[in-house]
Design a protein. Structure first.
Length: 214
């Protein structure tokens, strides 16, 4: 999956270049989500974007470049929303609940984000060039996990001796929401509400008294 070489075509008008690039990223996100990195071709993207394959090379030198651009674009949107939550809330519990709610809002606004993150995790493990180009697993953000858990330790909501357990549990929440229920907004909402109830100690309780004989 190396770089594709080819001549760059004439520079498009400045007023349309940015719009075309964003259109390419949008359709590429859909195709990569549905078909995966290996199956999707530059021709598929060009046709969906309404441009020639040759014109596509003006914007991206290779499929890998285009994939990384899609990843960065979608991750940036996720990071902005997550940072807003981190700056608004002051506790680990408040931040985690806010991030879960923000994840649902994003999934409703643009389902392709979660779908792309789900397939990107699989593709990243299959293709070494993607693993090299995308060092952090999709959906976790640059340093988000470390900051979230670190702040939880500072507020004494997390035992520092159980940091790795906390990281693993939060990662399961994030990845599970993407991989298991993101395709159904109603179930996605139910899962998030269930996770929040679990954090509050309301979802599961101890066993009740044994039934009386007779």
């Amino acid at each position: 999956m190396g770089r594709l070489s080819g001549p760059r075509l004439g520079r498009p008008p400045a007023s349309t270049a940015g719009d075309t690039r964003q259109r390419i990223i949008g359709v590429a996100a859909e195709l990569f989500s549905d078909l995966g990195y290996g199956v999707t071709t530059n021709k598929d993207v060009a046709v969906a974007a309404g441009i020639s394959t040759g014109a596509l090379y003006y914007y991206f030198a290779s499929k890998l470049d285009m994939y990384v651009a899609v990843f960065r674009e979608l991750q940036a949107r996720v990071d902005v929303r997550m940072r807003q939550v981190m700056e608004t809330e002051t506790t680990f519990g408040g931040r985690l609940r806010g991030i879960l709610d923000a994840a649902h809002e994003l999934n409703v606004e643009d389902p392709s984000i979660a779908r792309f993150q789900g397939t990107a995790r699989v593709d990243r493990e299959r293709y070494p060039d993607l693993r090299k180009a995308i060092p952090n697993p999709p959906g976790e953000g640059a340093g988000l996990m470390g900051r979230l858990i670190g702040d939880g330790i500072e507020t004494r909501e997390i035992d520092p001796d159980r940091r790795r357990e906390a990281e693993a549990v939060v990662r399961v929440m994030f990845v599970g929401l993407v991989a298991s229920v993101s395709s159904d907004p109603e179930v996605h909402r139910l899962a998030i509400d269930g996770l929040k109830a679990l954090l509050d100690g309301h979802l599961i309780r101890g066993p009740g008294p044994a039934p009386r004989p007779g």
